[in-house]
Design a protein around this ligand. Structure first.
Ligand code: C2E
Ligand code: CA
Ligand code: CA
Ligand code: CA
Length: 275
């Protein structure tokens, strides 16, 4: 409180203490969340812009906290990363996503987000192989999304794992493209199958010419490289039309469907038409 007066240390101490305690509590709770079945996967549809039919879903993690309700990943993934809990959590995500997706039509893919730690602190290839073996899902149906952080250290072994995953038939997508510092260099260090254009560009596209230019340039670059582009965070019909003109190949966003629990996915298969 302000009563602590001019003493900077005493002013910040109680606040920092509370923050630290809150974080420790959340950390302890996250440790048991996995065992207690509190983690769930939501699925968001991805549509082909060419055919306007559904081509896959992205798995997005949620924490159904018994007291706090649904906690978004932004509030607990940083903790999971800092504590290493992202490794067992990420393994569960892979297994659960494969188990859910194997029940979907054969042409529907499932995209899973991977953290850098899963490459360096676990046997990712073994985890994925085991999930595919136990569910019977084809590797061509499991797409893996990585951000630049996975390639940050330009780690030889990470690149080698990505190459092996690709050789096994998985597609690898570069997520959140354009939000890092040197996105273009990552396209040189690994041959991605797909670029996901970050929603910050898509959101500003209609009002800002520079954002529209960036989206056009990325879609054109991807075309030249012979790979696909998924625009994220597509909310309006105007954005859809702009993305068609830009030559984007896939779209994802509230305009096409919000992330929902596994049972909600069935609705997309009964009606293949665009929402
Ligand atoms: P992301 O991979 O970029 O996922 C897309 C995010 O955009 C999701 O947020 C999704 O709900 C949101 N989104 C989709 N369409 C729209 C739209 O039209 N408008 C707006 N405003 N937002 C939209 P979410 O589910 O909160 O996930 C946030 C981030 O958490 C993800 O960003 C991803 O980086 C991370 N994450 C989620 N699940 C996992 C996971 O299983 N493992 C790891 N390592 N990270 C995950
Ligand atoms: Ca993603
Ligand atoms: Ca993204
Ligand atoms: Ca993002």
């Amino acid at each position: 409180s302000k009563t602590a007066g001019g003493n900077g240390v005493r002013f910040f101490e109680p606040q920092m203490q509370t923050k630290l305690e809150a974080r420790r509590t959340l950390e302890a709770e996250l440790r048991s969340a996995l065992d207690n079945g509190e983690l769930v996967l939501f699925y968001q549809p991805i549509y082909s812009l060419r055919t306007l039919t559904i081509c896959g879903f992205e798995a997005l993690l949620r924490w159904r906290h018994p007291e706090r309700g649904m906690i978004p990943p932004a509030d607990f993934i940083p903790i999971a990363e800092a504590t290493g809990l992202i490794v067992p959590i990420g393994e569960w995500v892979i297994r659960q996503a494969c188990a859910d997706a194997v029940l979907w039509p054969d042409h529907i893919r499932i995209a899973v987000n991977l953290s850098a730690l899963q490459f360096t602190k676990s046997d990712l290839l073994q985890t994925i192989a085991a999930a595919l073996a136990s569910t019977g899902l084809s590797p061509t149906r499991l797409e893996l999304e990585v951000t630049e952080s996975v390639l940050l250290r330009d780690d030889e072994s990470t690149i080698a794992i990505l190459h092996q995953l690709r050789a096994l038939g998985h597609r690898i997508a570069l997520d959140d493209f354009g939000t890092g510092y040197s996105s273009l260099s990552y396209l040189r260090s690994f041959p991605f199958d797909k670029i996901k254009i970050d929603q910050s560009f898509v959101r500003e596209m209609a009002g800002r010419a520079d954002c529209a230019s960036i989206v056009n340039a990325v879609a054109g670059l991807a075309q030249d490289l012979g790979i696909g582009t998924t625009a994220e965070g597509v909310e309006t019909e105007e954005q859809v039309q702009q993305l068609v003109r830009a030559g984007c190949t896939e779209v994802q966003g509230y305009r096409f469907g919000r992330p929902g629990p596994a049972p909600s996915v069935a609705q997309y298969f009964t009606n293949q038409d665009r929402p």
